[in-house]
Design a protein around this ligand. Structure first.
Ligand code: NAI
Length: 420
């Protein structure tokens, strides 16, 4: 993919900045650059192509892999980073920002032509594409690692239908991923981008957060700390109760629709905000989405209700409804933290952890894939723990270790053993 020199220089600088703030990856390069455990293997990385993903790609290449990369979302690719990766040895990328759905698919298929043995995926995009378009290539794949909630759901659906032909590690479900990436990464970066794109104040606003899962919880708590009055909507009674007991107002979207100034969706579901909700919203409401697909806010319904639409600011579409009310949608309802014009994705340190989990899970899969039948598996706890230990080392934080009597106490169940 061609780019001009200044773009390339900017891409290199972005990679430098990310690399300098990703100490776990620096440690992984120290540990594996000589041993080269991925030597002779083609590893496909399908993800949001910006600098942090670039550092994962570089680290895999340093550990011996030939890395083929492609985008998991047409709007989240940064062409300058792609150019700065493509100039490096053992890295071949197929990704471009803003391509049509057809071009996006063609780029993914080009990456698949390299016949990867390992796939590091986001929302199971590349895996699903392979099974849909080039199913014969699955024979060569020894395993894959999945980063998102949505992707794990898709893989479980494939497993149920008997389609999945290799083991898949649900990296999303590890504590080192979802307790930090989904909560803090999505929370901070979605709000930061919402604020930059809209240039509007959060303090004092009524903000409706749809979904109180890991991402929604991070959003709701951080919005509250900025002074917003947060309303939570849910479909799971336990999550709704949890939100209630954390002091948030909980109600149906129907009730919340006329109250909200801003709306943020993080459900991984579709049509969460739809016709009957748009019909009740305030003039000037601003809507954004943090979930993986651009289906949480029903743009189809909004188009049907609108008499006109225009780009009112870069990254914001204003829909004027037949009765004159205006509803604003940020980044076309795509992931606000990754696809808005100013988006840089999650904070670097969070992705250092998440991508270290992907790297270490891929390495574990490489060593153990023969023991695993096709299916979706949790990443072994020792892998998660190891990444946490490396992170603590890089922070210079020491923690206690269990002494012998504590270990025995934690494993005991008989009264005399507990009272020894
Ligand atoms: P989760 O499963 O922990 O939470 C989703 C919550 O939404 C659940 O509590 C569920 O009950 C609720 N929900 C489902 N349908 C709903 C509806 N119609 N109305 C209200 N609530 C509803 O999932 P998690 O980890 O919070 O992820 C959510 C989405 O965010 C997924 O699509 C995931 O892939 C995506 N994600 C996005 C990131 C980003 O960078 N923007 C990073 C990580 C995940």
């Amino acid at each position: 993919m061609r780019t001009n020199g200044s773009d390339l220089e900017l891409g290199r600088k972005k990679l430098d900045w990310a690399r300098n703030h990703m100490p776990i990856h620096a440690r992984l390069r120290e540990l594996y650059a000589e041993k080269k455990p991925f030597q002779g293997l083609t590893v496909a990385v399908c993800s949001h192509l910006e600098a942090k993903t670039g550092v994962l790609i570089e680290t895999l290449a340093a550990a011996g892999a030939h890395v083929v990369f492609t985008g998991s979302e047409p709007m989240s690719t940064q062409d300058d980073v792609v150019a700065a990766l493509n100039e490096q040895p053992n890295i071949t990328g197929y990704a471009k920002r803003g391509v049509s759905d057809e071009e996006f698919e063609a780029l993914q298929l080009k990456a698949l032509e390299h016949e990867p043995q390992l796939i590091i995926d986001d929302a199971a995009e590349l895996t699903a594409r392979m099974y849909a378009k080039r199913p014969e290539l699955a024979e060569k794949v020894i395993g894959m690692c999945e980063q998102t909630t949505t992707g794990v759901h898709r893989l479980e659906a494939m497993q149920k239908q008997g389609i999945l032909k290799f083991p898949a590690y649900a990296v999303n479900d590890t504590p080192m991923k979802h307790l930090f990436d989904n909560v803090h990464g999505t929370g901070e970066s979605s709000i930061a981008n919402f604020m930059v794109v809209t240039n509007l104040l959060i303090a004092g606003k009524r903000v409706v957060v749809a979904g109180f899962g890991y991402c929604g919880r991070g959003l709701a708590r951080k919005l509250r700390s900025l002074g917003a009055k947060v309303i939570v909507t849910e479909v799971d009674p336990r999550k709704a109760l949890q939100a209630h007991m954390e002091g948030f107002e909980v109600m149906s979207m129907e009730k919340a629709a006329p109250l909200g100034d801003f709306f943020l969706t993080a459900t991984g579901n579709r049509d969460v905000i739809r016709k009957e909700h748009f019909e009740r919203m305030k003039d000037g409401a601003v809507l954004a989405n943090s979930g993986h697909f651009n289906v949480e806010i029903s743009l189809k319904d909004l188009e049907e209700l609108a008499r006109s639409k225009r780009e009112v600011r870069p990254g914001i579409t204003e829909y004027t409804l037949v009765d004159g009310r205006r509803i604003n949608v940020v980044a076309e309802g795509r992931l606000v933290n990754l696809t808005a014009p100013t988006s840089m994705g999650h904070p670097v340190e969070v992705m250092d952890q998440t991508f270290a989990m992907q790297f270490m899970a891929a390495l574990h899969l490489l060593e153990h894939h023969k023991e695993l039948k096709p299916g979706v598996y949790p990443v072994p706890d020792e892998v998660d723990r190891r990444v946490a230990e490396i992170k603590l080392e890089t922070l210079g934080i020491e923690i206690d270790s269990l002494i012998e009597s504590q270990k025995r106490y934690l494993e005991a169940w008989k009264y005399e053993d507990i009272k020894f």
